[in-house]
Design a protein around this ligand. Structure first.
Ligand SMILES: *Cc1c(COP(=O)(O)O)cnc(C)c1O
Length: 347
């Protein structure tokens, strides 16, 4: 079956151009720094994000972890949102592997942290306390519905971080969705942060990989940590080749995914028993709830949708996430809406 797979943009398969580029990629041993394709990807990523240097890593999780380990030592503290991906979905790696302590403050519905909450979270210099070292922000914010944070907000957060001698890391897994959403270059959303991770393997369709960007000195440190974490890859140019295509061909078209999310949300509005989350859709994500009057659960409804060829992400007892991406085409949208109508009418 050809699934209409809305579970995540991580399900994207590489494009034909990526497969061609992967097949033709010039390769070398990247642990020796000799893979020309990895080197090209890293230079391109650094240039696109306006940073001095970049490091290709196997996953966004490793990118964020290497960044935290480069910024912090054991017993140091990271301030981040209680809905941050790094807090919720990275297996506690910063604590397990780095001895780094998380201090969480509430994420607001728009993905931001309240500036005065950040200020209050900073510890006094006192031997009772861990040392506050790093602030992590996320853009777009996944658990907050895919919402994008503005340059204006990022500058405010950066200022409070500077005033308190905190470094800032941005989990920019979907930074290009944020940039396209706001009609600005990605570099305009990251010039105020010390480091940023972004994913090649989500909406940008590459099969594997993320990139960590920052100053030359920071990336040298992260490079050593990547090796410690087992993330030194050899002829990784086969993967980086797809990443280059991702950056060159797949960024501007993200706007189509955002349009599709808006159209899908509009269609679902007309389905009895479906409510959009407040503020949804944002960028490429639609979050919906099945009304309690409907005698069904998310599991039950998802199983019916699956019979119609539609896969959705279950995010709560009656709650779904639908993510638009390159492989979701115009003609799929009415099919998804119809599948929901059928699933909820008992049909
Ligand atoms: C996907 C994602 C990551 C990294 O995920 P990996 O699966 O490890 O590549 C990090 N942060 C956010 C917000 C994400 O959505």
């Amino acid at each position: 079956m050809n699934w209409i797979d809305l579970r995540s943009d991580t399900v994207t398969l590489p494009t034909e151009n990526m497969r061609t580029a992967m097949g033709r990629a010039q390769l070398g041993d990247d642990v020796y720094g000799e893979d020309p394709t990895v080197n090209r990807l890293q230079a391109l990523a650094a240039e696109r994000l306006g940073k001095e240097a970049a490091l290709f890593v196997p996953s966004g999780t490793m990118g964020n972890l290497a960044a935290v380990l480069a910024h912090c030592g054991r017993g140091d503290e990271v301030i981040m949102g209680n809905l941050a991906h790094t807090y919720l979905y990275e297996a506690g790696g910063i604590s397990a592997l780095g001895g780094v302590h998380p201090f969480t403050i509430p994420n607001q519905a728009d993905g931001t942290l309240i500036i005065s909450d950040i200020q209050r979270a900073v510890r006094a210099d006192d031997p009772h306390f861990p040392r506050s070292k790093l602030l992590i922000l996320e853009n777009t914010h996944n658990r907050c519905g895919g919402v994008s944070l503005s340059r204006h907000y990022m500058l405010e957060a950066a200022q409070v971080a500077r005033e308190n001698s905190l470094a800032i890391h941005l989990d920019g897994a979907r930074i290009f969705n944020a940039a396209v959403d706001q009609g600005v270059p990605a570099s305009a959303l990251v010039d105020m942060v010390d480091s940023v991770t972004f994913c090649l393997s989500k909406g940008l369709c590459a099969p594997v990989g993320s990139v960590l960007c920052g100053s030359r000195g920071f990336i040298e440190e992260a490079h050593r940590i990547r090796k410690q974490l087992g993330g030194g890859m050899r002829q990784a140019g086969v993967l980086a080749a797809a990443g280059i295509v991702a950056l060159e061909e797949m960024v501007d078209r993200l706007v189509e995914d955002h349009q599709h999310a808006a159209q899908l949300a509009e269609g679902l509005r007309s389905v009895e028993g479906v409510s959009l989350d407040k503020g949804s859709p944002n960028t490429n994500m639609v979050y919906i709830e099945i009304d309690s009057s409907m005698n069904t659960s998310a599991q039950d409804c998802a199983a019916k949708l699956k019979n119609e060829g539609v896969l959705v992400g279950i995010t709560g007892p009656r709650h779904f996430r639908l993510v638009c991406h390159y492989w979701i085409k115009d003609e799929h949208l009415p099919q998804v809406v119809q599948a929901f109508k059928n699933a909820l009418s008992g049909g």
